[in-house]
Design a protein. Structure first.
Length: 619
């Protein structure tokens, strides 16, 4: 590889996920102003559920990828900036690496570009996984069951999350573009930084933040630049209307993670106990240092796989009759029982199921819901999964017709019980899958590379490319030079007893992978944070009461001082993205936290604030 270049360099990330789009003028502003050594973007996530891997379906449409990639490839060709793309298509399957490569070839052909492309794919066989199961080299990743050989056979497709090593190896071939299959999201960023001699803690922390673009900016944005040196990095949002703050950057480590101070990945764990965050002179940039990457004794990667459950048909309708609403649970179970007489196989196993979700009555939170307030109208979503499309439709049709016409106690409206907004009333929802592999496998030395083959593809164009197009209008240039972020507004906090929603800046919920759900609460200032921390109102007992969960299902419950935040993670009470899903992304499970009462003891809070060194926050 030759000598390592320790000089400062920049990385630009246009958006959190390739295909989601970004402002082209912001992108080119970042290119022109910061002259990045690399443009790095992740394309993958499990957030959408298991269907992508099961159906070989990319996260975004082809046109969205062409739109985003065209700008990135122009920067690559005209400015000689390397482009790294990970988790092609979303699931990172080998099929989607090929499909994304075809898109790159199409753009190159259209614009007369020539590129050297390195592709990285997954090469792990089912037999290999089974052999590792027998040797005890496969372990659950989170609150999931042990993996069996039968699970491996059932999987439609299986991918492995690569670490930084394949990217480092691919960079040694000096490609213009690296296109990879499924990757641990920070890996391409870490790989590029590590190849230039950056400290591993810095490299992996850059990856953790930059893989989400400018999500850590205020307000949340798209395009972000990291200026990198051996022992620290600076984060600057490209939009002149956004800024980073120490708290907004530190808070991003809570996002989609079980806990914010320990972030495990391939080959080690990122420790953030000693991380420091400092606002620089421009007021928009935060410098980050002090992160540590601690290698694990055994190198592990995560496997992701899905199995097909069957075909899904859905129907939806509304009920406004208060007599029926008062007995809706019993009514729907009678409709289920009647349908079972027509279809005895219903509810016998997971491949033939009927699920109801009653909107206005626990549909969003299901078993986690603590509130029992009755609604004046409800919506009923019926979901039927069966082995075939025809069987699924037949069962759904029978259930819906039963709900429409079945009698009930005290009935006065005899013309029908169900307001159907759609015609046809039953809707084909396609095949349905579940995550059946979400496990870690132990690797032997060298397998972190051999498991992910690297191939080189030359895209040659004999015709000369057209001259580089103009990227800015006069109005856009004016915006860049005069635009400024709005002043940060601090919440006015009541001094007397108040509810959490009155004093917290952010209260949110989100998935942490397919089998965990996390909750974050953040505060504007140190005094408010200490007030909540000293009140001791976010204990496991409180969380158990608010969310109807047992203590063994609470995975994390902690405060995180650098972000002035509280973090909790629980075992997900239903399978993400599969049948019976209520909130695929987990974004609407936070509301019970709003009404948590917080008392105010000024003596305790003032004492706690006084003993904290303000310089440690570097605000």
């Amino acid at each position: 590889m030759g000598s390592i270049d320790y000089s400062e360099f920049s990385i630009l990330t246009p958006c959190a996920i390739l295909g989601y789009g970004f402002r082209s003028d912001h992108f080119w502003l970042g290119v022109d102003k910061y002259k990045p050594a690399a443009i790095v973007v992740d394309a993958g996530s499990t957030d959408g559920g298991p269907y992508k891997l099961g159906m070989n379906k990319m996260t975004c449409g082809r046109e969205s990828y062409i739109r985003d990639l065209t700008h990135m490839l122009q920067a690559c060709f005209y400015r000689r900036i390397k482009v790294l793309i990970s988790s092609a298509g979303g699931d990172g399957s080998n099929k989607h690496v090929e499909e994304m490569l075809d898109i790159i070839k199409e753009i190159a052909n259209t614009h007369k570009f020539s590129f050297k492309v390195a592709t990285i794919t997954t090469d792990i066989s089912r037999e290999d996984i089974k052999a590792r199961i027998v040797k005890g080299q496969v372990h659950p990743c989170g609150p999931v069951a042990e993996l069996t050989e039968k699970d491996v056979d059932k999987a439609v497709d299986i991918v492995g999350q690569m670490g930084a090593e394949p990217f480092i190896a691919a960079l040694q071939t000096d490609p213009d573009i690296i296109l990879s299959g499924r990757s641990y999201d920070p890996s391409p960023f870490a790989g590029f930084c590590l190849s230039r001699g950056v400290d591993p803690g810095v490299a992996w922390y850059i990856g953790k933040i930059m893989e989400c673009g400018a999500f850590c900016a205020v307000p949340k944005g798209r395009t972000m630049v990291a200026t990198v040196r051996q022992s620290s990095f600076d984060l600057t949002p490209v939009s002149p209307f956004e800024q980073c703050t120490p708290v907004s950057v530190a808070a991003h480590t809570l996002y989609e993670k079980t806990r914010p101070d320990r972030l495990p990945g391939p080959g080690g764990v990122l420790h953030l106990d000693s991380a420091e965050y400092e606002t620089l002179a421009d007021g928009r940039t935060v410098r980050v240092s002090g992160a540590r990457f601690v290698p694990t004794p055994i190198y592990q990667i995560k496997l992701e796989g899905v199995e097909k459950l069957g075909h899904r048909t859905i129907f939806i309708g509304g009920i406004r009759d208060p007599i029926l609403i008062a007995q809706i649970d019993d009514f729907l179970e009678r409709a289920r029982a009647y349908t079972r007489k027509m279809f005895p196989e219903l509810d016998k196993d997971e491949h033939c199921q009927l699920r109801f979700q009653v909107y206005g009555k626990n549909a969003v939170m299901g078993p986690l819901e603590p509130t029992t307030t009755a609604a004046h109208e409800i919506g009923v979503l019926g979901e039927v999964v069966a082995p075939t499309k025809e069987k699924s439709h037949a069962i759904a049709n029978n259930v819906r017709a039963s709900i429409l016409h079945m009698p009930y106690e005290g009935q006065m409206a005899t013309a029908g019980n169900f307001a159907s907004p759609l015609s046809p009333h039953e809707q084909d929802a396609g095949e349905v899958f579940r995550w059946n592999i979400y496990h870690l496998i132990d690797l032997q030395p060298g397998e972190e590379l051999s498991m992910f083959p690297i191939n080189s593809v030359d895209i040659e164009c004999s015709e000369p490319a057209v001259s580089e197009p103009t990227h800015f209008s006069a109005e856009e240039l004016e915006e860049f030079t005069t635009g400024q972020p709005k002043p940060l507004v601090t919440k006015v906090v009541p001094q007397e007893e108040a509810l959490m929603m009155d004093i917290a800046k952010i209260v949110r919920s989100k998935n942490s992978g397919p089998f965990e759900m996390t909750f974050d609460i953040m505060f504007d200032d140190l005094a408010t944070y200490q007030r909540v921390k000293s009140a001791n109102v976010l204990t496991n007992a409180v969380i158990g009461r608010l969310y109807n969960v047992q203590e063994q299902d609470i995975l994390t419950n902690m405060f995180f001082d650098p972000a002035r935040a509280w973090k909790c993670a629980i075992k997900r009470p239903w399978e993400q993205g599969s049948i019976g899903e209520r909130d695929t992304l987990g974004t609407q499970q936070h509301a019970p936290l709003f009404d948590t009462p917080i008392v105010y003891d000024i003596e305790i809070v003032d004492a706690l604030v006084a003993i904290i060194d303000p310089q440690a926050w570097k605000m």
